[in-house]
Design a protein around this ligand. Structure first.
Ligand SMILES: Nc1nc2c(ncn2[C@@H]2O[C@H](COP(=O)(O)OP(=O)(O)OP(=O)(O)O)[C@@H](O)[C@H]2O)c(=O)[nH]1
Ligand SMILES: [Mg+2]
Length: 284
């Protein structure tokens, strides 16, 4: 007997809709963050019905290490899954859009031709809506009900395709450390983050273990030696985050650090490479 997994609030609804939606689809575009494609793997990944093609779109390629992103593309392709990496602030390559419209099912005996139906799925904040906008154009308006197709899902018409957006869905079993790691990508809500200084120290510690700290810290010229606490103190000093009575405001320093890191102001960074996932043993 199948195990029931309860998803909180809109995620439960989104998940249910998504599973119903699969019947109507020609393609799933699973969006992941190029900086951490395993951490941001959709929890639905294992449940997509087998015959339905699933392509991986790595977003935010402009924020990730270019060489590591190329390795990820090869990695997914070696697994038999088409994969692409985009900076979604820019237009999509025509070749990508053409590959999608090529999925339009052949005309039926009644000569009714229809566009390829695509759903964009993924964890919160990975860039699903941005990808949808790139596929259909910013001013696209939702298509009214499509006969025989799941109700309650907004479809948008683009050239050669209709695309359904979906809410971000996180694994409800993900523990707090995953939420904190998602904060490094700016992909988690403030209230689950906890203390900014703790978050920053944890992140700095991770980067040091992975050999990533020196590159990042060089952007602010603060050096990567010493404990994470000492590094954060130097960041605070460098940014002028001081307490009224003297001493470094580590909470403010931590917040400034995470925000700069997540937005790319400290340079390109990939937190995961195919041979070095953030959560040991996780594979796509
Ligand atoms: N630099 C950069 N920013 C991006 C890219 N793609 C998305 N973003 C930013 O990431 C944030 C989230 O993008 P959305 O498209 O709203 O993400 P989403 O997956 O639809 O988010 P939810 O619907 O809330 O789950 C926005 O601030 C985008 O501007 C990208 O390729 N590069
Ligand atoms: Mg969205």
């Amino acid at each position: 007997m199948g195990r029931t997994v309860w998803y909180p609030g809109h995620m439960a609804k989104g998940r249910r809709q998504l599973m119903e939606l699969c019947d109507s689809l020609d393609l799933i575009l699973e969006v992941r963050d190029a900086r951490a494609p395993l951490l941001t793997m959709s929890p639905m990944s294992d449940n997509f019905p087998a015959p339905l093609p699933v392509w991986t779109v790595m977003s935010k390629a402009d924020l990730a290490d270019t060489e590591i992103t190329s390795r990820w593309v090869r990695y997914f392709k070696n697994q038999g899954r088409p994969a692409w990496a985009f900076d979604l602030r820019r237009n999509l390559p025509e070749s990508f859009k053409k590959s999608i419209s090529a999925l339009s099912p052949p005309s039926s005996a009644k000569r009714i031709y229809r566009d390829a139906r695509v759903a964009v799925v993924g964890t919160p904040n990975v860039g699903k809506s941005m990808l949808l906008n790139r596929l259909v154009g910013r001013r696209a308006t939702p298509v009214g009900g499509i006969p025989g197709v799941t109700r309650g899902v907004a479809w948008f018409r683009g050239p050669g395709c209709v695309v359904a957006d979906s809410p971000g869905i996180l694994d409800p079993r993900a523990d707090a450390s995953v939420h904190r790691q998602l904060a490094w990508l700016s992909s988690t809500k403030g209230e689950v983050i906890g203390a900014w200084d703790e978050l920053a120290r944890e992140c700095i510690d991770f980067m040091r273990r992975k050999g990533l700290a020196a590159g990042v810290m060089s952007a602010w010229d603060v050096g990567a030696d010493g404990t994470p606490h000492e590094i954060l103190e130097r960041v605070g000093g460098r940014l002028g985050k001081l307490m009224p009575g003297g001493g470094t405001d580590l909470v403010a320093a931590g917040r400034a650090f995470i925000e700069a890191l997540a937005s790319g102001r400290l340079g390109r960074i990939s937190f995961e490479s195919p041979d070095s996932p953030i959560i040991p043993g996780r594979n796509p």
